[in-house]
Ligand binder design. Structure first.
Ligand code: AMP
Length: 123
């Protein structure tokens, strides 16, 4: 696997472009190192994506390079869950990783899903 952990932006990465404001998205939160926006194809009444501004292909790269960033992303996710009123009924955080994990966009992202009951196991 190519080492992209040091790159700030990859030319063809749609999530890098959203983070840079070069592609439109319904941004719900941003700070110096993360951006959260609505999923374009929502799978639940609440479906947000939280990404790091820095390009990591997946959580494996990010956890190896900057594990504290992954923790701060979880803090953003739980804060957003609270703002969306999901804390009482519950919600799901998903991080699809690699081909068999169902990852379709190769820029680390956590899904925040809520507003309906979730099935287990996932498909
Ligand atoms: P995954 O399959 O885990 O890689 O998730 C990628 C997610 O990104 C999917 O749920 C897509 O609907 C979503 N997505 C793809 N392109 C965009 C976009 N331009 N804006 C918002 N969400 C997107």
């Amino acid at each position: 696997m190519a080492d992209t952990s040091g790159s700030q932006k990859t030319e063809d990465c749609i999530f890098c472009k959203i983070a840079a404001g070069e592609l439109p998205a319904e941004i719900v939160y941003k700070d110096d190192e993360t951006v959260a926006f609505a999923d374009i194809n929502p799978a639940a009444p609440v479906h947000l994506l939280v990404i790091p501004r820095k390009h990591y292909t997946n959580v494996v790269e990010a956890a190896a390079d900057d594990p504290a960033l992954v923790g701060r992303m979880l803090t953003v996710l739980t804060r957003l869950a609270g703002e969306k009123g999901l804390l009482e009924d519950g919600f799901r955080i998903v991080c699809n990783t690699g081909t068999r994990g169902g990852q379709s966009v190769p820029h680390l992202h956590f899904h925040l899903l809520g507003g309906r009951s979730m099935a287990w196991p996932p498909g």
